[in-house]
Design a protein around this ligand. Structure first.
Ligand SMILES: [Zn+2]
Length: 349
C-alpha cells in the first residue's frame, strides 16, 4: 500500500478501523526525525497484535511538548508520510491535543503501547484503555537513539570545509583566443582534462573563476555564455570530471552594456568570485589553491585568503608580458597539478 493510503484524518477513522486486523495496537508520538530507535520500537509494537495504528502529534500538539521552539522540524504531513512508509505501520492519524486520550476513546484499541520507561499504572491512557478491557504496555526505547541528541549533533558539527582548486578559464583550461563564446571555438589546453581529473581524485573541489568582460563589452550575451558553460560542463562530465562551480564576472567599467559597465567586486583582481564560491560551496580558502595565468588571478586569490597560487604559461599577451610572481610557475596545467599533488602528499606524509 502506498504511504498516502495509510494516512487517515481523525474524522474518517471509523471506516478504516473496521478493516484493520485485530488485535489492534495503537501508539502515539511526534516521530519528527525517524531513527533506528523508532523503527525498532514500531516493529516491536506491531508484533503485539494484528495491526498497528500510529496517532501522531499535530504540529501544534508537538510544540506543546517543549522540545524546542523549532520542533517538530518536519511538518505533520511529512512526518506522517515517512511513518506510513514503514512496513510495521498500518495506519497513521493525528491528534491536536496534549495527550491522545480523546482519540484513544474513538479508536478503542485492544493494546495501547507507549515508548519509553513509563509507569503505565499511573497513566490516564491506561485507565481509559482498560475501561473496555484493553491492555496498556510500555516498550522501552533502544538506548543511544534520540532525535533531540541527533539534532544537537548535526548543529554542533558543521560539515568540514572542502579544499578547492580555483582555475582560471581562458589561458589555463582552454586556449585564450580572446573572448571565446562559442563551443566550436573552445579548444582545451593539452592535458587540461587529465589535470582536472587528478585534482578531483585528490579531493579538490573544482571551481572555475573567470572574468568575462566580453559580456559588458557586448561581444556576446549571458545566454551565449551560459550555453558555452553548459557544453563545457557536459564535456568534462563525459570525461569523469564534475565541476563544482563556474563563477564568472560579466562586468567591466568601460563596457558598453549599461547594466554591466560597473566597477564591481567580482572582477579579478577583486576576490568576489572566490569568496562567493567559498560561501556557496563550503570551501576552505586557506586550504585551497589557485591556478591562473595572469597577475589578476594571483591578486584575487591572495585577497580571498587562498594560500597557494600557481601560474601556468599562457598564450595570452597580457599574461606573457607581465611577471605573475606566483609561488611556482609551470609550462602547463598538467605539470602544475602533478607537482602540486606530489608536494601536498609529501606535506601530509
Ligand atoms: Zn564583476
Amino acid at each position: 500500500m502506498s504511504p498516502e493510503n495509510k494516512i487517515c484524518l481523525p474524522q474518517n477513522l471509523a471506516a478504516r478501523l473496521a478493516s484493520l486486523p485485530r488485535p489492534l495496537v495503537m501508539t502515539n508520538g511526534v516521530f519528527d526525525v525517524l531513527h533506528r530507535g523508532h523503527v525498532s520500537y514500531l516493529n516491536r509494537a506491531a508484533e503485539l497484535g494484528g495491526s498497528l495504528l500510529v496517532a501522531m502529534n499535530s504540529d501544534r500538539s508537538g510544540r506543546m511538548l517543549g522540545k524546542g521552539p523549532d520542533r517538530p522540524l518536519n511538518s505533520a504531513e511529512d512526518r506522517a508520510y515517512v511513518l506510513a512508509g514503514l512496513e510495521s505501520v498500518d495506519l497513521v492519524t493525528f491528534f491536536d491535543t496534549r495527550t491522545p486520550v480523546d482519540l484513544l476513546q474513538i479508536i478503542r484499541p485492544d493494546i495501547y503501547v507507549k515508548g519509553g520507561d513509563y509507569d503505565m499504572e499511573t497513566l490516564e491512557e491506561t485507565r481509559v484503555v482498560r475501561s473496555w478491557g484493553g491492555q496498556s504496555v510500555a516498550i522501552p526505547f533502544v538506548d543511544g537513539f534520540s532525535t533531540t541528541a541527533l539534532v544537537q549533533r548535526i548543529r554542533q558539527s558543521p560539515a568540514p570545509l572542502r579544499k578547492a582548486a580555483f582555475l582560471d578559464r581562458d589561458g589555463v583550461i582552454n586556449k585564450d583566443k580572446g573572448y571565446v563564446y562559442r563551443w566550436e571555438d573552445f579548444e582545451f589546453v593539452p592535458s587540461a582534462i587529465e589535470a582536472m581529473q587528478k585534482l578531483q581524485s585528490a579531493g579538490y573541489a573544482l571551481v572555475i573563476v573567470t572574468n568575462q568582460s566580453g559580456l559588458a563589452r557586448g561581444y556576446y550575451t549571458e545566454v551565449q555564455y551560459q550555453r558555452l558553460t553548459q557544453s563545457l560542463r557536459q564535456h568534462l562530465a563525459e570525461h569523469g570530471v564534475k565541476v563544482d562551480g563556474v563563477y564568472h564576472c560579466p562586468h567591466h567599467p568601460k563596457g558598453c552594456v549599461p547594466t554591466l559597465a560597473v566597477d564591481c567586486d567580482c572582477r579579478k583582481p577583486k576576490p568576489g568570485l572566490l569568496l562567493q564560491a567559498a560561501r556557496e560551496l563550503g570551501l576552505s580558502l586557506s586550504n585551497s589553491v589557485m591556478i591562473g595565468d595572469k597577475p589578476s588571478d594571483k591578486a584575487a586569490a591572495r585577497a580571498a585568503g587562498v594560500s597557494r597560487v600557481y601560474s601556468v604559461d599562457s598564450d595570452n599577451a597580457e599574461a606573457a608580458t607581465e611577471n605573475m610572481d606566483s609561488d611556482k610557475h609551470f609550462a602547463s596545467l598538467l605539470d602544475c597539478v602533478t607537482d602540486l599533488l606530489i608536494n601536498t602528499s609529501r606535506e601530509i606524509a
